[in-house]
Design a protein around this ligand. Structure first.
Ligand code: KG4
Ligand code: ZN
Length: 342
């Protein structure tokens, strides 16, 4: 089965084709980062309008390099969670194409796409595994028994890890999205100049809280000249605090579940310090740590086409209603055998 995937949940317009036998055939992405950067964050109305402009040209390009529309057996689009107007662009195009081509269509969960993205890699992790999902909108630990079988063990009570990176980057005078820029600035930081808390690690449990870290950065910088070196020192200490917290909680979850594999996915999963530290922790505990390649950590349609394939090839279907779910909990997801999902 060959599945077309469309992703328009936030500020990336992306299209991909995944084939059950040949794997990923094509994937294209247009980032709106430049469009939103002067506003310091994503402007929903601008995001929807830009998806409208970019989606069909990207689709044309992807289909031309992957055997054309006649070879598509099914379509998947992200229907949530995300910005409602942005989601509706992908959903409208996907359902319309499904109707015109007379192929099945399914709406899929964006975070489930992130979670299964490591399955795009040559030596994919096997179920069951523990997953740490760290993106701009979500931070959670889940035990994964199979597609649609997610037991959420802990999540952020306030800001997501990526959101904390973005807000702290803004404080340090960096542009949007701040995560990669803060990580680059941290490369020049001196260890030990600042020391920020590791939130919620001193008490049991697997929940996270990152909003206090941003306040700790504000307090530490109060009254100081914000020269380049000071900003870099603060960026490093902030990154260390987030990475340490994520590693500690993941280790705790490994001990609680006896998992032999840990998947780390979502935009913050592209962070080099996090990747290195998580790998080292995995080695110490005899646990395999699996990541998608960095470009499939951040938003993309390859993960949506793959997820669509996993569900459609197992017989699951959606209807032709154009739908968007701005909020959609992962714990509501069900295995493909459960039938309709839109
Ligand atoms: O998964 P993603 O692309 O979109 C969402 O579903 O939210 O994640 C985007 C988030 C942003 O907050 C961005 O700053 C962060 O991931 N991010 C990073 C890095 N690359 C992206 N954070 C830290 N280090 C990075 N290298
Ligand atoms: Zn995402």
């Amino acid at each position: 089965m060959r599945v077309l995937g469309l992703e328009t949940s936030c500020d990336e317009t992306a299209v991909a084709v995944y084939d059950g036998a040949a794997g990923l055939l094509a994937h294209e992405l247009h980032s709106q980062a430049d469009l939103h950067s002067i506003y310091g964050g994503v402007v929903p109305e601008l995001a929807s309008r830009d998806h409208l402009r970019k989606l069909l040209p990207l689709l044309k390009k992807v289909l031309e390099s992957s055997g054309g529309p006649g070879a598509i057996d099914g379509i998947a689009c992200t229907t949530g969670p995300g910005l409602a107007g942005a989601l509706l662009v992908g959903s409208s195009v996907a359902r319309s194409l499904a109707y015109a081509w007379d192929v099945p269509c399914i709406g899929v969960h964006h975070m489930e796409g992130h979670l299964l993205a490591p399955l795009l890699e040559p030596d994919p992790p096997e179920f069951p595994f523990l997953a740490l999902l760290v993106s701009g909108g979500h931070t959670l630990l889940a035990f994964v028994r199979g597609v649609g079988q997610y037991e959420v063990l802990g999540s952020s009570l306030d800001d997501a890890a990526g959101e904390a990176f973005d807000k702290t980057a803004k404080l340090l005078g960096l542009g949007y999205p701040g995560g990669p820029q803060l990580a680059a600035l941290a490369e020049r930081g001196r260890p030990g100049v600042f020391n920020f808390p590791r939130p919620m690690t001193e008490r049991p449990g697997l929940d996270f809280s990152f909003s206090g870290l941003k306040t700790a950065v504000v307090v530490a910088l109060r009254g100081r000249a914000l020269d380049d070196q000071t900003r870099a020192d603060a960026a490093l200490a902030f990154e260390e605090a987030v990475v340490d917290t994520l590693v500690m909680k993941s280790r705790r979850a490994i001990e609680a579940t006896d998992a032999r594999t840990l998947v780390v996915a979502g935009g913050v999963g592209a962070n080099r310090r996090l990747r290195a530290r998580m790998l080292a922790m995995g080695e110490r505990h005899g646990v395999r740590v699996a990541y998608p390649r960095a470009e499939f950590c951040t938003d993309n349609a390859a993960m949506i086409a793959l997820l669509g394939h996993l569900r459609l090839a197992a017989g699951q279907r959606g209807d032709l209603a154009i739908s968007a779910r701005a909020r959609w909990s992962m714990s509501e997801l069900v295995p493909p055998s459960a039938g309709l999902q839109s």
